[in-house]
Design a binder for this molecule. Structure first.
Ligand code: NAP
Length: 549
């Protein structure tokens, strides 16, 4: 192996600059170095891990099964790590990513404690110049974003009046402090009941004197049914990794299971109940992956929605609270959530639920939260209010392509985000977005999507080097066609009927549009490979003044 090579192009500091040292940036660095590209990763934190470095809130854990939620590109690496449980907690996942960074010797090419403020494409030189928070700038031929779909620079703290006057401590789940936050004897408020809220509420409730949950939209959630992993199962997966990896890569959602081939409506109500009961017992994503038409057929969806509502009614003892917790949107059209004792937590005497759809939060006061009908006094306030997802992490940086056009101008002035394959965008040559908007990204077991994007990008750069090309850029036509396809796919589902961060609806003023590709991981992979095999169809490749489309 040769590391820390010289850049190929004279006048640049590196061949490749990568932002972020999470799952994406780490693997990107590894592959690029292996391929002989000089590469530097710029990372805001003082350690690797990305979202798993920042999201240290109590109860944070993965909701993909651990044995599938890791790098699978190397059997050697895979076999050296053993997970403790089905859905491990954040500290274990962070330890895993640190293990991978050590094992692949990544740290020496990562610049920690540094933020990328701006990335500008210099058209005369065909290079990217990144302006960093330490006042320096660096240049490279290729600029690769590994900032992910939900990143620290895009946490969403709603614009509540008066937050600055709050006398207690407040935190955002996605930017949690490194020290333990003490809730003992405290009156705590949690705003938000998405994946983060649902995970943290039961844990905080065990310690706080009183917990008040401010809920705007009630959620469907199913039990995670977390448990320690049996040695025999771990060994089985290790011994069969190539086969299991193959299934994960071909699947729609990055997991080695296939959904049923029948509609929910093909089963009788009794058969369906049995299917849902078994999935509920199994826990995790089992229910979400039962009938394939849950997200396309309203009637099918209603069967699953009603089943979960019936479970909430069974679990929550106080009928008034149970009623407040009843979700009404189409199940699965907001991120499907799994929990450990979420609904049970509302049976505790020290937990109360406030419906802020009925009486919205009017302001944060010195003493707590005031809704339109009363004030709740709090010592600690937790924002589990999510992120400006998909586009936010990119748009928080000043990214400029050809003619000085900013990515913000391009995406906000258009009626919607436009990308080609969710990997590139016209007018921004030699820029790649790992799990970018309009890629399948978060709609599944993300490390599988990450590995595919990273491998495709590394192969593309090797092709550029081998063919002596200087720039690669999506064509306007290919991008329009891709974005149209993404929109059409989304319109054919129930996803667009729900307000969620998937559609940008959670951020005031954000242009609406479904932000992912819904064709599934496996078909998407095939498509990307075909495009590469056809000489990067839909891209313009140029060398000097020669352009090949
Ligand atoms: P989220 O799903 O966007 O949930 C945010 C919550 O805050 C929602 O309940 C939302 O209500 C509420 N909210 C936002 N603004 C509000 C306001 N002004 N007033 C009152 N309530 C407000 O965010 P998240 O829970 O952090 O999850 C984001 C994504 O991160 C997940 O979908 C998932 O992809 C990922 N994640 C994964 C895991 C895991 O793997 N286990 C864990 C955590 C997060 P509305 O629904 O009404 O908008």
């Amino acid at each position: 192996m040769s590391f820390s090579q010289q850049p190929i192009k004279t006048g640049t500091d590196f061949d490749c600059l990568v932002i972020g040292a999470g799952f994406s940036g780490m693997y990107m660095l590894h592959l690029l170095r292996e391929a002989g590209f000089s590469t530097r990763v710029i990372e805001k934190g003082d350690g690797v891990g990305g979202a798993w470095y920042w999201s240290r809130y109590p109860g944070a854990r993965c909701d993909s099964e651990s044995v599938y939620y890791n790098y699978t590109f190397s059997e050697e690496l895979y076999n050296e790590w053993t997970w403790s449980s089905r859905f491990p907690e954040q500290p274990e996942i962070l330890r895993y990513l640190n293990f991978a960074a050590d094992r692949l010797d990544l740290r020496r090419d990562i610049q920690f404690n540094t933020e990328v403020r701006a990335a500008h494409f210099d058209e005369d030189e065909n290079i990217w110049r990144l302006h960093l928070s330490d006042g320096t700038s660096v240049t490279a031929t290729y600029f690769i974003s590994g900032v992910g779909c939900l990143s620290i620079n895009a946490t969403n703290i709603p614009n509540f009046k008066g937050l600055e006057q709050f006398e207690g401590d407040w935190y955002h789940t996605g930017a949690w402090p490194h020290h333990k936050v003490n809730f003992r004897g405290k009156r705590v408020g949690v705003i938000g009941t998405g994946s983060s809220g649902v995970q943290t509420i039961p844990v905080i409730a065990q310690e706080a004197e009183h917990l008040t949950v401010f809920q705007r939209t009630p959620q469907y959630s199913v039990p995670a049914n977390n448990h320690p992993l049996e040695e025999e199962f771990i060994q089985y997966v290790k011994n069969h990794l190539p086969e299991i990896r193959g299934k994960m890569r071909e699947s729609l959602g990055g997991l080695p299971f296939a959904p049923f081939e029948r509609s929910a409506l093909d089963d009788t109500p009794e058969e369906r109940r049995k299917v849902y009961e078994e999935a509920w017992e199994k826990g995790g994503s089992a229910l979400f992956f039962t009938y394939p038409d849950l997200l396309t057929n309203e009637e099918s969806n209603t069967t699953a929605s009603e089943f979960i509502r019936s479970k909430i009614k069974e679990i929550v003892k106080d009928p008034e609270t149970a009623e407040k917790l009843m979700p009404t949107y189409y199940y699965g059209t907001k991120r499907a959530i799994m929990d450990t004792n979420y609904f049970e937590t509302y049976n505790r005497d020290n937990v109360s639920l406030v419906d802020v759809k009925k009486a919205p939060i009017a302001e944060i006061t010195a003493k707590g939260v005031r809704t339109e009908d009363r004030e709740y006094e709090l010592d600690v306030l937790v924002f589990a209010t999510g992120y400006d997802g998909m586009t936010g992490p990119l748009l928080k940086m000043d990214i400029r392509g050809r003619d000085g056009e900013t990515l913000k101008q391009k995406w906000e002035n258009g009626a919607h985000v436009r990308t080609y394959l969710g990997l590139t965008t016209a007018g921004f040559p030699n820029m790649f977005m790992i799990t970018g908007p309009e890629s399948p990204s978060v709609l599944g077991n993300v490390p599988v999507a990450i590995e595919q994007h990273v491998e495709w990008t590394a192969d593309c750069l090797k092709h550029m080097r081998e063919t002596g090309m200087d720039t690669i850029e999506a064509t306007q036509e290919a991008e329009e066609e891709w974005s149209r396809k993404c929109r059409e796919m989304a319109e054919a589902t129930l996803y667009t009927k729900t307000e969620s961060w998937y559609t940008g609806a959670n951020i005031e003023g954000k242009p609406r549009g479904f932000l992912m590709y819904l064709g599934g991981y496996g078909p998407y992979r095939e498509l990307c490979d075909e495009i590469a095999e056809k000489g990067y169809e839909g891209f313009a490749l140029a060398s000097g003044s020669n352009t090949v489309v």
